[in-house]
Design a protein around this ligand. Sequence first.
Ligand code: PEP
Ligand code: MN
Length: 343
Amino acid sequence: MVIIMKPGASGAEIAGVIARIEAHQLTPHPIYGEERTVIAVVGNDRPVDRTTFETLAGVDFIQAILKPYKLASREFRKDDSAVTLIERNGKAVTVGGNGHVTLIAGPCACESREQVLETALMVKEAGAQGFRGGAFKPRTSPYSFQGHGEKALQWMAEAREVTGLAIVTEVMSPEQVPMVAEYANVMQIGARNMQNFALLNAVGMSMKPVLLKRGMSATMEELLMAAEYILSHGNYNVMLCERGIRTFEQYTRNTTDINAIPALKALSHLPVVLDPSHATGKSEYVIAIARAGIAAGADGLIVEVHPEPSKAMSDGAQTLTPKAFESMVRQCKRIAAAMDKEI
Ligand code: PEP
Ligand code: MN
């Protein structure tokens, strides 16, 4: 960080700041200007609370130089990271880092064994590499369908046996992590849980791949800090997921922050996945936003698909039919080709 002193700060005030910097085992480099003094702080200042300097006499403001996240940052790793979802016929199915766009599709919620198997076969046929389905559903109302729990996890494990698709499913609490990790290939942290630090620590310690969804009111920096929690346990299998943020717009469920795709890829080496279903909330816009996401550089898409969206127990309005998903894949292949990527 750099500490900018107020114009006319006294020698004693400057000396006070220098002493405080040294007390934190950091090295002060004061630059005495004509109008004001600026003190560069050299060393790892991440663990130091900047208010310890902000409140000192004579200090005007502090400028951070280091990003608050380290392991998630592009500076830490120059090359794109790839996360392996599953090994199939001796080949890794990955997201990120390989000139490839990976598709994950399935219903918002697992409703029955038949629905899970039928949807998995259909999305596999259309070209998906992963199957999504909710076993534990974070619902706004406690009276809404909450998911079939472990039974749903078993249906998805069976769907993986049949199709070879990687299973992506949400885990809502640290206590659920061992059970979900046993059945799933990828644990999803939902938007509402992005800053559930106990949960982030638990999935971090599990070493399983994690799809971390951006909170609907979270900044990109907060998303990257949440990723940092998982990475700090040595679990580097993290994918960032843009799923739309809350804005003043009411017509669509959320607003796709398309900016976040190139920005997150510039700030971080982690793969970026777009969820056009939750980002729009309306099935009629999902394909357009899926195309836009690939054009913006997304490494993957996670999309809601149901054999009969009008009968879905949750999120039917934003859910594609298998036929619409097929059309989405066809269109996305052409956009991916323009990006020198394959689907
Ligand atoms: C979901 O994927 O079904 C879901 C609940 O997503 P989000 O956490 O992004 O709302
Ligand atoms: Mn959903």
